[in-house]
Design a protein around this ligand. Structure first.
Ligand SMILES: C[S@@+](CC[C@H](N)C(=O)[O-])C[C@H]1O[C@@H](n2cnc3c(N)ncnc32)[C@H](O)[C@@H]1O
Length: 291
């Protein structure tokens, strides 16, 4: 019997199945040869259930390319540790080549970590990988982990790829506060403009996932992170990168037409608002001192 999505951990399997599907394409934008074994039958089932989520799949493909580039740049600039929070079944330490001494710490729910450990038992990463099973909303466990990393690592590139949407505003705020305790930290995080969130809800561009609802909806994205001590150092917009990669969003024809006519994102947004509707932001601390 097919397994349906029952909770947030299933989303890790869904996106791994999407990376596997991308890797099988003749015009693939990346090769993830671990994605099939990591996704397994559970990934195929939940991705199949999500069949009409073409926008979600497109986003995952484009973001993979964007974040590969952002991480390469961060490590090239001297980041000693990558801290991948809600790492799911991401295989970057295996499918990409990194300096052998780079520390790569992955955190996710214990069940996801256990599956990943078992599936990658015989694979060799190019850097030093450590995995930790932990609920990111467990404040005490999270702060203990970050305190240990702060003591051991002079510069950290934190990543939450497709993770903060599943957390509440309060949980993201608490995570943002705690990440400020790391030394030399930057943080890659998903961005969606408030207009684009309203727009995709109104037009039902994303089929809702009742077992894994999106919860993070700050009224002003940049002001939210600024209030928690972070500001944007860099931003890569998904629609702009997708165009550069020759893989535009799979919008339904009626919507393409409506966009050509204009005004669908809201009166003030226009074409520029659409191009800058979603993306990945590299955050840096507002002040250089850790809190
Ligand atoms: C959409 S998946 C993305 C996984 C991975 N970042 C990627 O892009 O392949 C969201 C991930 O966040 C993890 N996650 C969400 N909330 C979490 C929490 N409170 N604690 C630990 N992991 C969490 C899920 O288990 C899942 O692996």
């Amino acid at each position: 019997m097919k397994r349906l999505m029952t909770g947030v951990p299933d989303t890790a399997f869904m996106v791994a199945a999407w990376r596997a599907a991308e890797s099988d394409r003749p015009d693939a934008l990346f090769q993830d040869k671990f994605a099939h074994r990591l996704a397994g039958a559970r990934g195929l089932d939940v991705a199949d259930e999500a069949g009409s989520r073409a926008m979600g799949q497109w986003q995952v493909v484009i973001r993979t390319v964007i974040i590969d580039g952002l991480l390469r740049a961060a490590v090239g600039a001297g980041a000693a540790t990558v801290l991948n929070l809600g790492a799911g079944l991401d295989a970057r330490p295996y499918r990409l080549t990194w300096p052998a001494g780079l520390r790569w710490i992955e955190v996710d729910f214990p069940e996801v970590i256990a599956w990943k450990e078992a599936r990658l038992q015989d694979a060799r990463p190019s850097c030093q990988v450590q995995r930790i099973g932990l609920d990111l909303t467990d404040g005490q466990a999270r702060r203990e982990l970050f305190a240990r990393i702060a003591a051991e690592s002079p510069s950290v590139m934190a990543l939450t790829e497709g993770v903060v949407p599943y957390l509440t505003n309060d949980a993201v705020g608490a995570l943002a506060d705690d990440l400020r305790r790391l030394r030399g930290a930057r943080w890659i995080v998903d961005y969606a403009s408030p207009e684009s969130v309203r727009f995709s809800k109104r037009l039902r561009l994303r089929r809702p996932m009742p077992a894994a609802p999106f919860q993070f909806e700050p009224p002003d994205w940049f002001a939210f992170f600024e209030a928690h001590g972070w500001r944007a150092a860099d931003i890569k917009y998904l629609p702009i990168e997708a165009r550069r990669l020759g893989r535009p969003a799979p919008l339904p024809p009626w919507l393409k037409l409506a966009l050509r006519v204009g005004g669908v994102l809201g009166p003030a947004a226009g074409l520029d608002g659409l191009r800058k509707s979603t993306g990945y932001v590299v955050l840096e601390p507002v002040s250089k001192e850790p809190v």
